[in-house]
Each structure stands twice: as C-alpha cells, then as structure tokens.
Design a protein around this ligand. Structure first.
Ligand code: SAM
Length: 294
C-alpha cells in the first residue's frame, strides 16, 4: 500500500488506475504533506474521535485521518475512485468508504450509528462547487457536530470569518457564526494540489457552539431577515426588508421595530452584528404579536 501525500506516489496511483479527473466533481487532490499535517492538527483529531471525511479522492487525507482517529467514514460520489480507495486504504481496519452523494446521506443517522449520537468531527478538502450547501446542510439538519475543519476557496473562508465593517461580511458570515466559531488555520496556494485549482484555498476550522451565541424567539425569522438584508446590501434595512420577497414587511413596520430599539431609521444590515439581528427579529416578532403581519 502506497503512502500518499507527495506528488510521486499520487501520480503513480493515478497512472496505475488510469484515473481521469472529473471537473464536475471539483477534483483537486492534495499533494503537500505539510498541508495535510496542518489540517489534521487544526482539526485536533484524537484516538477518541469518529471522523466523517467528505470526498476522500484517492484517500490521501483519509490515510492521515485513519492514523489519528478511532474510526473514519469517507463519503465519495465518484464510482471510479472506489477501487482505488480499496487499494490505498486496504491496510486500515478503522476506515469505511461509502459511494454516495454527501448531500443525500443521513449524517445524523451515521453519527448515531458510529458515535452513539455524540458530536462528530468533519474533516474535508471540499469540492468547491458545493461548499455552502454542504456546510449549511450539516448545521441546518442539526447533525451533532464538534467541529468542521475544511479546505475551501480562500474568499469563502474570509466570508465565513468576517464581521461588520468588512466587505466580506454577509449572510454566510452570520449563518456560520450562529452555529460555530470560525478560525482560518492556513492559506494554501494552488501548487499544493493536482490539478492546480484556479483560485487560492484556505483551511478553516468551525468549532461548533453547544448553543447559539444569541437567543431569539423565532430562528426562521432571524435567517429570513439576514438573507433579505444582504440580498440588497446597499439599501437601508427598511427598503431591503420591504423589497425582499421572503420578507415583504411594510416599511412602517420595520420603522416601528427600529424605533423600539432606538436605532437610526437609515441603518443598513451590513452594519449589524448577529446579536443586533437577533434583537431586530425579536422586535419584529413582538410587533407581530400585537398586530397581524403585513
Ligand atoms: N480529499 C481528497 C484530497 O484532499 O486529495 C480529494 C478532495 S477533492 C477537492 C473533492 C472530492 O470530493 C473529490 O474526490 C470528489 O470526487 C468528491 N465529491 C465531489 N462531490 C461530492 C459529493 N456530492 N459527495 C461526495 N463526494 C463528492
């Protein structure tokens, strides 16, 4: 069994199986041992842990995870990679490979089966074309999670970590920060992959909150407000919340909530923290309880 992680062994395996990269699956395989070690360190994987890996490719990071963790399940969509994974991971008794689309896997059921329902660690060099659905799917489907340590496009990592006042701040920043604390552990240049991606990459660790850092009466309303506010980020909140199809609040209604909070009527969503969005959601919720919604 070849030890992967360097370009020579990776190319040997690719040639042995005459593997053809599939662009539609976002296939860029890691060929830098230092980056692989950094990811495992950032994820803080120990022999106690069950780890879910999304998109193992030819099994490079899976080998590192198998050494560090108690048990690993790797979910790979590309059927052509399954015989390769049987070869590169054959020596590890603590790894199972599922040939599935991660967006269709019941991960909460997997966590119950493999980890007694306790929070799991997710580690991945993600396919970039579905980064957001994968991460938001993990959070919104209430999978028990300890942390999510993933390679993503650099700009996406910056958006996840950004706060008010930054151009990168947006709905993704707030959604991620509602569920986790974000930390960028490394920036990774294109030459660390084969083939080289057209964009820079970064490893981000999302350490999941046991409970959201803000409380609000209606979580769905909070996320509707956030999406609407950033759907038209240069508009005032009054206009953005009025115009957005998912909200459609009368301007007077938003004005009433802003006044109740003592905020300027011309405030924009991009200036508000997560805690302030939660306050606004509660103010609108309180108004709704007094009068029927418009
Ligand atoms: N982990 C490997 C590495 O670091 O070398 C490969 C990472 S590559 C960026 C992304 C992997 O995700 C590919 O193996 C690709 O086939 C797989 N993939 C893409 N879409 C997927 C999906 N919906 N479900 C599961 N795996 C997927």
């Amino acid at each position: 069994m070849a030890t992967l992680g360097n370009p020579r062994n990776t190319i040997e395996i690719l040639q042995k199986y005459e593997f053809r990269f599939q662009k539609k699956f976002g296939q860029n395989f890691l060929i830098d041992e230092r980056v692989l070690e950094k990811i495992i360190r950032a994820a803080g994987v120990t022999k106690e842990d069950f780890v879910l890996e999304i998109g193992p490719g030819i099994g490079t990071m899976t080998q590192y995870l198998a050494e560090a963790a108690r048990e690993v399940t790797a979910v790979e969509i590309d059927r052509g990679l399954i015989p390769i994974l049987a070869d590169t991971l054959g020596a590890y008794g603590n790894v199972s490979v599922l040939n599935e689309d991660i967006l269709k896997v019941d991960i909460a059921a997997l966590a119950r089966e493999k980890n007694g329902g306790r929070p799991i660690k997710v580690v991945a060099n993600l396919p970039y074309y579905i980064t957001t659905p994968i991460i938001m799917g993990l959070f919104e489907r209430k999978v028990p999670l300890a942390s999510v340590t993933v390679m993503v496009q650099k700009e996406v990592a910056q958006r996840m970590q950004a706060g008010p006042g930054s151009k990168d701040y947006g709905a993704l920043s707030l959604a991620v920060q509602y569920y986790a604390e974000a930390y960028i552990a490394a920036n990774v240049p294109p030459h660390c992959f084969i083939p080289r991606p057209a964009v820079g990459s970064a490893v981000i660790r999302l350490t999941c909150h046991e409970r959201p850092p803000v409380e609000c009466k209606d979580e769905k309303l909070l996320f509707r407000l956030i999406r609407a506010a950033f759907g038209q980020r240069r508009k005032t909140l009054q206009n953005a919340l009025h115009n957005a199809p998912e909200c459609g609040f009368a301007k007077e209604r938003v004005a009433g909530a802003l006044e109740a909070l003592g905020w300027d009527a011309s405030v924009r969503g991009e200036a508000l923290t997560l805690a302030q969005f939660a306050q606004l959601a509660d103010a609108l919720y309180a108004l709704d309880k007094r009068e029927p919604a418009v």
